[in-house]
Ligand binder design. Sequence first.
Ligand SMILES: Nc1ncnc2c1ncn2[C@@H]1O[C@H](COP(=O)(O)OP(=O)(O)OP(=O)(O)O)[C@@H](O)[C@H]1O
Length: 185
Amino acid sequence: MLSAEGLWFRYHKRAPWILEDLSLTIEPGERVGLCGPSGAGKSTIGRLLAGYRKPSRGAITSDGPVQLVMQHPERTMNPHWRIRDVLAEAGSTVDEALVEPHWLDRFPHELSGGELQRVNLARALLAEPRYVIADEISASLDAITQAQLWHHLVEYAEAHGVGVLAISHDQDLIAKVTQRTHRVE
Ligand SMILES: Nc1ncnc2c1ncn2[C@@H]1O[C@H](COP(=O)(O)OP(=O)(O)OP(=O)(O)O)[C@@H](O)[C@H]1O
């Protein structure tokens, strides 16, 4: 289980608390939606769960690796590396349902936003995570690309018993791809 218990967090000592006593659990194979207004701290929760930040108080425990996938894949890839090398850093068996072979020799800026997000998701899955935090991964994509991306993630998660936290403003999407929702205010 991926568990956050009694989390308190603020970005600076004198800044206001973003999270006050937040608790949340995700079981392997479970898909949970994370909803709430802008600025409520959803991305912050994702960063904490993935270990990018440490909570001021409280505990995060996990029985396996956690991968965070974010909205802007271009920000997480070296622009001077070809897609082949971006992926090779994470592992060797690329999911061909996500990554088309003719993309491998291109640079990140030579793919569309949706194609690059598919590469980004494939890279995250190469790390064989037990949990995936999907933070607005399809926010800027058209409906078909959004559906494809989520189809891949849900199928992979079901096949491998991976727990997913889906962060999105889109309530309809959350209802479609998750089994329950956690709300933050
Ligand atoms: N690096 C940072 N330094 C200082 N404050 C930050 C930082 N990142 C986020 N914040 C602040 O923390 C609060 C929560 O931000 P966060 O991005 O977690 O919210 P969110 O719920 O994901 O919002 P949105 O739905 O708009 O993406 C906001 O008030 C934001 O301004």
